[in-house]
Design a protein. Structure first.
Length: 175
């Protein structure tokens, strides 16, 4: 490399690679669009999850039938750094409407193998299971829609702000 070689002496080149000209306004626009999309997608996903959970509660209440489930085994779950017990993942077997099912037991409590438990399943979806207590006490709730509503409002507010700033910059731009 010589000092007279313009390809190697340009301040826009680092170790033979050209540095890109960065448009900060474009970068800001992309970041804002990604934030709005993230808020909107999170809001929709949480609305769907809340509606699904409320639907499961209603299904168990409206179509629930009691079945006797035999625990087949449990695995201990660890939380945090792996030194704290975080519950159990237990499986059980039951027969409903002539079909044999193996499913995860609700509640996260340890059940010794062979223990017989009375649980509630949805008649139209035997894979949906709840404890007798949870089905009796759980209620659908509108509060599952609070966080997704806040996220949707934040996305709309940010979108409105971006639109207002765009209108203002067009109005003040020289012709």
């Amino acid at each position: 490399m010589t000092a007279a070689d313009p390809a190697h002496s340009s301040p826009q080149r680092i170790r033979g690679v050209s540095t890109a000209d960065v448009n900060p306004q474009l970068v800001l626009r992309i970041v804002v669009v990604l934030i709005i999309l993230g808020l909107a997608i999170s809001s929709v996903a949480l609305f769907v999850a809340g509606a699904h959970k409320n639907g499961q509660i209603e299904d168990l209440k409206a179509n629930g039938v009691q079945v006797q489930v035999t625990a087949t085994g449990c695995l201990g779950l660890l939380g945090g750094s792996g030194s704290n017990a975080a519950g159990y993942d237990c499986k059980g077997v039951f027969t409903f409407d002539g079909h044999h099912y193996v499913d995860k037991l609700p509640g996260g409590q340890f059940q010794r193998p062979g223990a017989r438990l009375n649980e509630v399943i949805a008649r139209d979806d035997p894979g949906l299971m709840g404890t007798l207590h949870s089905v009796a006490t759980e209620r659908t709730s509108g509060t599952v829609y609070v966080v997704p509503s806040v996220l949707a409002l934040a996305a709309l507010a940010l979108l409105g702000l971006v639109a207002a700033l765009a209108r203002r910059s067009k109005a003040t731009a020289p012709n």
